[in-house]
Design a protein around this ligand. Structure first.
Ligand code: PLP
Length: 226
């Protein structure tokens, strides 16, 4: 069996039955993706539109493609026809554009709101306050072709496991709050996407039911590939 298949199987052995594994294939080849596909993996995560497009075109069409990177509004139109879940929604403007493109394709697009919890400065993600505000905005209710499925977050890039656990716990508590306040009657709001290669086990202990694992499956990424 290939190293990729081995890695996948050992990760699967550590996941709860209700945890969904997103195999993050950014910067890895179509052949690498096929190796994971051959041992049953069907959900792959990509972070750049220009990389996702050819992969989606060439690879089997029963793959569910998740978009996990920062998404510019002017690129939504490319992925709208086929994307299965967008993890990184962090503004009303982006939601409106996803909704517009979803309407154009006559489909409903599933999204997660990206929460910014980590200590690090990042331009991306909503603070809890911004997320509360967004969800009470009447404009969000008009977005008929978007389905808000839950929250996504990333922990701080630190070694301190307690800090990482505390951040995931904060995301988990906030998810519960949003569930009670806005989605109590909506079973579609059921996803908590946190945890990557180095911290997916911690994430799983603190509420994650979707983990996004890249290098632990595919190996280190080479960012300068031609
Ligand atoms: C790259 C990436 C991952 C996967 O990271 P690994 O450390 O390789 O597991 C997960 N989530 C997001 C948002 C990413 O950009």
């Amino acid at each position: 069996m290939s190293a990729i298949a081995d890695n996948l199987n050992s990760i699967r052995a550590t996941l709860h039955p209700d945890t969904t594994l997103v195999a993050v294939s950014k910067f890895h080849s179509e052949n690498d993706i096929l190796q994971a596909y051959q041992v049953g993996q069907r959900i792959f995560g990509e972070s750049q539109v220009q990389e996702l497009m050819p992969k989606a075109q060439h690879l089997p069409n029963d793959i569910a493609w998740h978009f996990i990177g920062h998404l510019q509004t002017n690129k939504v139109k490319y992925i709208a026809p086929f994307v299965s879940l967008i993890h990184s929604v962090d503004s009303l403007r982006l939601m409106q554009e996803i909704n517009r493109q979803a309407l154009r394709c006559q489909r409903t697009i599933d999204v997660l709101l990206e929460l910014h919890i980590a200590q690090e400065d990042s331009k991306f993600g909503l603070t809890t306050e911004a997320c509360r505000k967004l969800l009470i905005s009447p404009q969000v209710e008009q977005l008929t072709n978007i389905r808000i499925r839950g929250l996504m977050t990333m922990a701080s890039f630190v070694d301190n496991q307690q800090q990482i656990a505390a951040e995931f716990e904060q995301a988990n508590a906030f998810w519960q709050e949003m569930k009670q306040t806005h989605f109590a009657d909506n079973p579609d709001f059921n996803l908590r996407s946190w945890g990557m290669s180095d911290d997916y086990l911690i994430a799983q202990q603190h509420g994650a039911n979707m983990v996004r694992v890249g290098s632990a499956i595919f190996g280190q990424r080479t960012y300068n590939k031609q």
